[in-house]
Ligand binder design. Structure first.
Ligand SMILES: NC(=O)c1ccc[n+]([C@@H]2O[C@H](COP(=O)([O-])OP(=O)(O)OC[C@H]3O[C@@H](n4cnc5c(N)ncnc54)[C@H](O)[C@@H]3O)[C@@H](O)[C@H]2O)c1
Ligand SMILES: [Zn+2]
Ligand SMILES: [Zn+2]
Length: 361
């Protein structure tokens, strides 16, 4: 029998979200119903609401979540009822061309639930990143559930499901930070601060936080930034060079994703340095590149999808680091809110008032 849930739905581009009743279908093969306990508000939810990802409205938002397995469909073997899980949007399929070449962290065809959740009139909902967790319960594929140590509070665990994993992975997996490296992070929201934490875990000795909001720079120090640059006051490229003997840094992580910040990232790296783009650009952004400069600079330009993570490998390890006091997940949480506060949380995010608002259910 289908069940119902309360969910936060975005019906029209750039219009306020609404809480409505949604229908969760009977779980099909490999499907799992999860009772959501906590779900962080990520900038990508706002990108969906603003029509920057696709225009397949209506969207059921929320994708940075943890909860308990409530029901399982036929053939489910990876999780059992009662398991505490972090939801992920990389349930590697095992059979796409990337998985078959041993690179499941790029999986081009990740698994999702076998059927969509719907509005009560039957209209199918597109779930944000195939999850849809601003909802009391949600339907996902079993591979989207990563079982972790239940001693981690849901509000901290859920953060690993998107922004924190994306940031840490941008530094450690995509950027391959090594002991002694110099790293600059442009944009110190949840994702950027996680990249700073990742650079610190990887042994970077210079970690430069760059933002246009001084509050964000204060918070960035809590995650391991050794220097801060307010890009609304000084030229961040010159400031990075001044902090690196005029050379630029080994790795620049762009956690904003605008043409302006990407240009800064290109110019702030050392010879043979790396740029990692983890911020999601708006579709109209363009950068102009000098091909000879690109050649002369060497190094590599990479994009980081979900921090090139493998949830089964990375989530349990990061939970262990949290439980050992070596990863300050609680410091990302600016406020605990309810489902009805998501629209206001978007406003606070745009104003820079919060790192993460976390919906508790
Ligand atoms: N690649 C991925 O897999 C992935 C995963 C999650 C989120 N994201 C994306 O990462 C980006 C950041 O997400 P978030 O949740 O941290 O957002 P956020 O809004 O909390 O943080 C963005 C930060 O960038 C700063 N900023 C804006 N313009 C700037 C500029 N010109 N120079 C310096 N700093 C500037 C803001 O002050 C803010 O602190 C978003 O685009 C989001 O969609 C990507
Ligand atoms: Zn695959
Ligand atoms: Zn996200």
């Amino acid at each position: 029998m289908p069940s119902t849930s309360q969910g936060v739905v975005s019906f029209h581009k750039e219009e306020p979200v609404q809480i409505v009743e949604i229908v969760v279908p009977e779980p099909g093969p490999y499907d799992v119903i999860v009772t959501v306990e906590a779900c962080g508000v990520c900038h990508t939810d706002l990108h969906y609401r603003d029509g920057n990802i696709t225009d397949s409205f209506p969207f059921l938002l929320g994708h940075e979540a943890a909860g308990k397995v409530e029901r399982i469909g036929p053939s489910v073997t990876e999780v059992a009822v009662g398991d505490f899980v972090i939801l992920n949007w990389r349930a590697s399929c095992g059979s796409c061309r990337s998985c078959r070449r041993g690179r499941p962290w790029y999986c081009f065809n990740t698994n999702n639930a076998s059927k969509p959740m719907t509005l009560s009139d039957g209209t199918p909902l597109a779930s944000a990143l195939g999850i849809g967790a601003f909802a009391t319960r949600t339907l996902v594929h079993e591979g989207q559930c990563t079982k972790v140590d239940p001693r981690v509070p849901a509000k901290a665990a859920g953060l690993l499901g998107c922004g924190v994993m994306a940031g840490i992975g941008a530094a450690l997996n995509t950027g391959q930070v090594r002991r002694g490296d110099s790293v600059a992070v442009i944009g110190c929201g949840g994702v950027g601060d996680a990249a700073i934490a990742g650079a610190a875990l990887g042994g970077a000795t210079t970690i430069i936080a760059i933002d246009i909001d001084p509050r964000k720079l204060t918070w960035a120090k809590d995650f391991g930034a050794t220097h801060t640059i307010n890009a609304s006051e000084i030229d961040p490229v010159e400031a990075v060079r001044a902090l690196s003997n005029g050379n630029g840094v080994d790795l620049v992580i762009d956690a904003v994703g605008s043409a302006a910040t990407y240009q800064q990232a290109l110019s702030a790296r050392d010879l043979a340095g790396t740029v990692v783009l983890v911020g999601v650009p708006n579709p109209n952004e363009r950068v102009e590149l000098s091909l000879i400069d690109l050649f002369g600079q060497g190094g590599s330009l990479k994009s980081s999808w979900y921090g090139d993570c493998l949830p089964s490998r990375d989530f349990p390890a990061l939970v262990d680091l949290y439980l050992q006091g070596r990863l300050p997940l609680d410091s990302f949480i600016s406020e605990e809110i309810s489902l009805g506060d998501v629209e206001e949380a978007f406003t606070k995010m745009q104003r820079g008032d919060v790192l993460r608002s976390v919906v508790l259910l």
